[in-house]
Design a protein. Structure first.
Length: 306
């Protein structure tokens, strides 16, 4: 790639964080967006995030109450927590530990799974940064590993880390569990819409693509000047997010104000409704805009979201 195009391939953030005293200008939020502080730190949530008991939602007893909470969450929030989802705590802990161990490897080891073809051409899957489309684009203070996990026969295993040795098996098991949770939520949503239970599942089909994305936020020398992930709406059907249970940072935009989503305890998953879901059901749903700030990481420890 010619030198004049070098801006398209920034260094990984882990690499930068180990060598700089100040974030490079390409990562700095414009000053006008930092004025007032609320744009970064976020306000306290005025009410708790809706929480759905998935076991009760899918059972005969208590389903009506949980379905009412789900309907309200879809109409007024666009995201919600799910508890009693059946995913073992040991599996969740193992997934977080394996992802941390991957990111803590040397840069040379991680480059084996790079999302740059021959070091030049960006692709969705692999380890690295999101695409850089212009020289004035504000970059995220995060690295990521993005992998296609479904359909299983279309996985590119050359990009699935071999270290730690358990990574592939853990991700496979985690994927199966997420599919079960996702299918349960889709069935419950179909009932709310008075459709056949498997209508939404069948609509997206067995060949629908599912991706796992591991976001890694290295400690930043000036977290007040950067964002871990810039504001965005998910374009997929559903996102199941496993947040760091000790460190916050996720923010949601509601009624023109950014609110900080508290760290999620008790192994709950945060479910976000994407644009594709609204299109599929032809119903007006609340779609949420999210971002991740680095200011909450006061301890200076890197954090992981899956």
């Amino acid at each position: 790639m010619a030198d004049h195009d070098s801006w398209r391939i920034p260094s990984t953030v882990q690499e930068l964080a180990a060598t700089v005293q100040e974030p490079p200008s390409r990562y700095l939020i414009p000053e006008q967006e930092r004025l007032g502080g609320q744009q970064l730190v976020g306000a306290e949530m005025p009410e708790p995030v809706p929480c759905i008991d998935l076991r009760r939602l899918l059972a005969s007893d208590g389903a009506e109450e949980e379905a009412a909470k789900l309907r309200s969450a879809l109409q007024n929030w666009g995201f919600f927590l799910v508890t009693n989802h059946g995913m073992e705590a040991s599996l969740i802990d193992a997934a977080v530990a394996a992802s941390r161990e991957f990111f803590l490897q040397s840069l040379e080891q991680k480059r084996e799974y790079s999302n740059l073809i021959e070091g030049k051409q960006w692709q969705l899957q692999g380890y690295g940064n999101d695409p850089v489309k212009s020289q004035d684009q504000i970059l995220d203070w995060s690295d990521r590993l993005h992998l296609r996990v479904e359909p299983e026969d279309e996985r590119d295993l050359t990009l699935w880390p071999r270290h730690p040795e358990s990574f592939r098996d853990i991700l496979h098991e985690y994927t199966l569990n997420c599919k079960r949770v996702k299918d349960g939520i889709l069935r419950a949503m179909a009932k709310l819409l008075e459709l056949d239970d498997d209508c939404l599942i069948n609509q997206f089909g067995e060949k629908g693509s599912t991706y796992a994305r591991f976001n890694y936020y290295p400690a930043c020398p000036r977290p007040d000047l950067v964002l871990g992930i810039r504001p965005h709406c998910d374009v997929c059907v559903l996102t199941l997010l496993l947040m760091d249970k000790d460190v916050g940072g996720l923010q949601v935009l509601r009624d023109g104000t950014w609110y900080s989503v508290p760290p999620v305890r008790d192994y709950a998953l945060l479910v976000n409704v994407g644009v594709s879901m609204e299109v599929a059901v032809s119903e007006p749903l609340e779609l949420s805009t999210f971002k991740v700030d680095c200011e909450r990481n006061h301890g200076g420890n890197p954090t992981v979201h899956i």
